[in-house]
Design a protein around this ligand. Structure first.
Ligand SMILES: Cc1cc2nc3c(=O)[nH]c(=O)nc-3n(C[C@H](O)[C@H](O)[C@H](O)COP(=O)(O)OP(=O)(O)OC[C@H]3O[C@@H](n4cnc5c(N)ncnc54)[C@H](O)[C@@H]3O)c2cc1C
Length: 202
C-alpha cells in the first residue's frame, strides 16, 4: 500500500459555495470552493466509498473532518474573544503572546484542513486506504487537542465556564479523539502500512 500522492490529483471540478470561511482557505492555499465541495462530497459518499457500503475507511476519514470543524470553531471563538476582551486598557488581541496562540491555532486548522481534503480526494479517486484515513484522523485529532487547549488558554479563567463555549469544544475534542478508532489504533494502522509489521499483537 502506497502513501504517495499522485501528481495532478488536486485538480477537481468544483461547485462554488460558502461553507468555509475565507481565512482558512487563503492560509491553506486551497480554493474555498474546492475544500467545501470535498466536505459535502465526503458526507454524501459516506455510504458509497470504493469498498461499497459504509466502511471504516470513510468513517475514519469523516472523523478527520470533524476534528477540523471543532478546531475552526475554537479558533473563531478565541479570535472573537481576543478582539473584545480588554485588559490593561486594550484588547488582548494586541498582546504578542495572544497573537502567538492565534497563529498557532490557525496553523493547526490549516494543516488539518489540508490533510482532510487530501484524504477525501484520495477516497473519491478510489486510491484511499485505511492507512490514509487513519493518518488523517490521528494527525488532525492531535492538532485539534492542541487547538482547543490554546483557545482555552487565550480565554483565560472564563475558558472553563460552560457558558463561554470553549469548554464545550474541549468535550467535543475528547470524544472525537477516541471515536472512530483511538489515537493508538489509528497510529498502529499507519505503522503497519509503512513498516510492514503489525504491532497490534505480540
Ligand atoms: C463518544 C464516543 C463515541 C463512540 N462511538 C462509537 C460507535 O458509534 N461505534 C463503535 O463501534 N465504537 C464507538 N466508540 C468506540 C471508540 O471508537 C473506541 O474504539 C473505543 O473507545 C476503544 O475501546 P475501549 O474504550 O474499550 O478502550 P480499550 O480498548 O480498553 O483501550 C484503552 C487504551 O488502550 C489502548 N490500546 C488498546 N489496545 C492497544 C494495543 N494493541 N496497542 C496499543 N494501545 C492499545 C487504546 O488505544 C486506549 O488508549 C465511541 C467512543 C466514544 C468516546
Amino acid at each position: 500500500m502506497s502513501l504517495a500522492m499522485k501528481p495532478g490529483a488536486m485538480q477537481l471540478a468544483v461547485t462554488p459555495n460558502r461553507l468555509l470561511p475565507s481565512w482558512v482557505v487563503s492560509a491553506a492555499l486551497i480554493a474555498s470552493a474546492s475544500a467545501a465541495w470535498m466536505a459535502v462530497s465526503r458526507l454524501r459518499a459516506a455510504s458509497r466509498d470504493h469498498r461499497g457500503g459504509r466502511s471504516p475507511t470513510s468513517r475514519v476519514g469523516n472523523a478527520a473532518w470533524g476534528t477540523v470543524g471543532v478546531q475552526m470553531a475554537a479558533y473563531e471563538l478565541a479570535l472573537s474573544y481576543a478582539r473584545e476582551r480588554e485588559q490593561f486598557g486594550r484588547p488582548i488581541a494586541g498582546f504578542q503572546l495572544m497573537q502567538d496562540l492565534l497563529v498557532k491555532m490557525l496553523g493547526n486548522v490549516t494543516a488539518s484542513l489540508g490533510m482532510a481534503v487530501r484524504n477525501a480526494q484520495l477516497l473519491d479517486a478510489g486510491d484511499g486506504s485505511d492507512a490514509h484515513s487513519s493518518l488523517a484522523k490521528a494527525f488532525c485529532a492531535s492538532r485539534m487537542r492542541e487547538t482547543v487547549a490554546w483557545a482555552r488558554q487565550l480565554v483565560g479563567g472564563n475558558g472553563i465556564l460552560l457558558g463561554n463555549g470553549v469548554a464545550r469544544y474541549f468535550a467535543d475534542a475528547e470524544a472525537l479523539f477516541s471515536f472512530e478508532g483511538t489515537h493508538e489504533m489509528n497510529t498502529l494502522i499507519v505503522g503497519k502500512a509503512v513498516t510492514g509489521h503489525s504491532a497490534f499483537t505480540r
